[in-house]
Design a protein around this ligand. Structure first.
Ligand SMILES: [Zn+2]
Length: 179
């Protein structure tokens, strides 16, 4: 049996991969619905295992640091993040004479994560997914606000759209009336 497995290792791998690709959508669908139904359970699990997960991730990183494939993966992820940051910087700079640096924006993200644990919207206090984040000016640029760290916050795109040119206090009042 052992010999058989050794001899057919490659073809087994291949057929496994084919089977996976064939049922990929089904698997993904199942994972999505499971995640939706058990989101609270998953959150609790993450909260409980945060430290061990971090150590595991670090160990994984040091083990695979020099793999070419892993390097490419890291590079792609970083590029995706940086592209997004740069586009946000240029959006802020377009509308204000007070120019902003990319480090400032990165600091805003760090402060938000330190404050809430994970990236969260400061208007509705719910977690923000990657790609759904947007930079908000507490005092809007159109009303004399600037691009300083104290005047920047992370929000959902939808929350930022609703806020428009209100201050956070005005937004809360507005929300009370219209929801
Ligand atoms: Zn929000």
């Amino acid at each position: 049996m052992r010999n058989y497995n050794l001899v057919h290792k490659e073809s087994n791998k291949h057929s496994q991969k084919l089977r996976y690709l064939k049922n990929r959508e089904k698997h993904l669908d199942y994972a999505r619905t499971y995640r939706k139904e058990n989101i609270n359970k998953i959150k609790v699990w993450y909260e409980k295992n945060r430290e061990t997960n971090r150590i595991k991730a670090l160990a994984y990183y040091y083990k695979h640091k020099d793999d070419p494939g892993f390097k490419v993966k890291c590079y792609k992820r970083k590029k995706k993040l940086m592209t997004r940051l740069y586009s946000q910087v240029s959006q802020c700079n377009l509308r204000s004479p007070h120019k902003i640096h990319i480090d400032t924006l990165q600091r805003v993200f760090e402060i938000n994560i330190l404050k809430f644990g994970i990236l969260s919207c400061y208007l509705c206090f719910k977690p923000v997914n990657f790609g759904d984040d947007s930079i908000d000016h507490l005092i809007p640029l159109s009303r004399g606000g600037d691009n300083s760290i104290e005047n920047l916050g992370i929000t959902h795109r939808s929350c930022n759209c609703e806020k428009q040119n209100k201050t956070p206090e005005e937004y809360k009042e507005w929300k009370k009336i219209y929801s």
